[in-house]
Design a protein around this ligand. Structure first.
Ligand code: ZN
Length: 114
């Protein structure tokens, strides 16, 4: 069964959203999200560089900090891929993104403790 792109509720095959409200919200969210993509990319790149720097220099603090940085980026700007949106719906994939971000922060803190 197809799912509403916004809330993830099951819908009729020839529809994309369960109601007009979901469609409007989805379009608004996309408009709101697009300018933030560069910050998201920046945060992820910075976090992974930091993480690799930490790994190569053998510093668990730097590695952990890099992971935390990526986690914070994902929690603040949970951009999800079109694939996850198709499976879970927009709202659920955002929640999922937040959850993964929090997980990254926990892993990062745990990593930074020698
Ligand atoms: Zn819906």
């Amino acid at each position: 069964m197809k799912k509403c792109k916004y809330c993830g509720k099951g819908i009729n095959d020839n529809l994309e959203f369960c109601q007009d409200e979901c469609k409007n919200k989805y379009v608004k969210m996309l408009e709101k999200d697009s300018p933030k993509i560069k910050y998201f990319t920046f945060g992820i790149i910075l976090g992974s560089l930091m993480m690799f720097w930490g790994v190569f220099s053998g510093s668990s603090l730097k590695t952990g900090f890099g992971i935390v940085l990526m986690g914070i980026t994902v929690v603040l700007l949970p951009f999800t891929t079109p694939e996850t949106i198709a499976v879970l719906g927009y709202q659920r994939s955002k929640l999922m993104g937040r959850f993964l971000g929090i997980l990254l922060i926990i892993v990062g803190i745990w990593t930074s403790i020698p």
